[in-house]
Write a protein that binds this ligand. Sequence first.
Ligand code: NAP
Ligand code: 8YV
Length: 309
Amino acid sequence: MKPRLLKIARLPAMLDEALHAAYEVVEADQDGTGVGPATADLRAMVANGESTVSRELIESLPALEVIVVFGVGYDGVDVDAARQRGIRITHTPDVLTEDVADFAMALMLGIARNLRVADRFTRSGAWADGPIAFSRKVSRARLGIIGLGRIGAAIARRAEGFDMAIAYTGRRPQDVAFTYYASVVELAAAVDFLVVAVGGSASTHHLVDARVLEALGPQGYLINVGRGSVVDEQALAQALAEGRLAGAALDVYENEPHPAPPLLAMDNVLLTPHMASATWDTRRAMSDLVMANLDAWRTGTDLPTPVPH
Ligand code: NAP
Ligand code: 8YV
């Protein structure tokens, strides 16, 4: 008989198929609601970067042994509650790094070179009345990265190819050639493009607030491929509306799938639907890693990618 597994995420069909082949899959909402009463034998759960695995949900699953996250960010999981129960957590680091870094560059180029407006300008025929307005140069500009981890470092490597002057912030300086700023405000004041590559946590909540946006200034651009919770979206919308920021390109939001409504009407804002890792290659690799972690859990071998302690 197949073991039962709780799935609280929308997953690619290729992963759904693999899960259904090996497990009896019990589906619930992204926060685990709707799981139903038969939870006593649910020993494994599959979630994603957008799922909420609360203490309450964990406590409602007496047999739970492992939480397997399809995604590198696991800020939705109550890690303390899981650890107190000895429940292990896995995620999918590394395999998505290149795609997310590529996408950060795409967002930066897209907003600076006005691709949204340019596409509309070309399609509408407005071009016949004269050339499009000038846009902003990216090569040789100053780039600030919040969170020089796997993805942040991959963004830096790409930006080196654009001859950008690279600076970063994090909880501590690293042994790298880039300029370190201990505070996000200082970093923002020193750059043209500020990229969020840090995950969600209590310590990163609203790290980019009104003060940081003020420091980035009317010529500055904000790009977010990290987590929506890192940016105060209301303050961002206000700064953009008042011309205190040049533009923003966002892949993640505080309240997904609903970007703050004022952002939707702004031409100097590029919005994408949390898709930075969504290529066939990467989603296949993430799916394989989810299955590898589940297989290891079932056979009692070392989990390939447990979350760090
Ligand atoms: P990572 O290697 O753990 O990098 C995160 C970095 O953030 C670390 O280097 C850490 O550096 C820094 N950091 C942590 N707390 C901080 C704080 N309070 N202030 C400043 N910096 C802090 O993780 P990753 O693989 O690069 O992934 C990063 C995040 O990207 C994920 O957690 C996820 O939220 C997001 N992501 C988004 C997408 C998407 O679809 N848009 C896809 C994948 C990942 P220090 O330890 O030196 O502080
Ligand atoms: C995914 C992510 O979009 O890895 C993460 O942390 O946010 C993304 O790769 C997500 O986990 C899948 O829904």
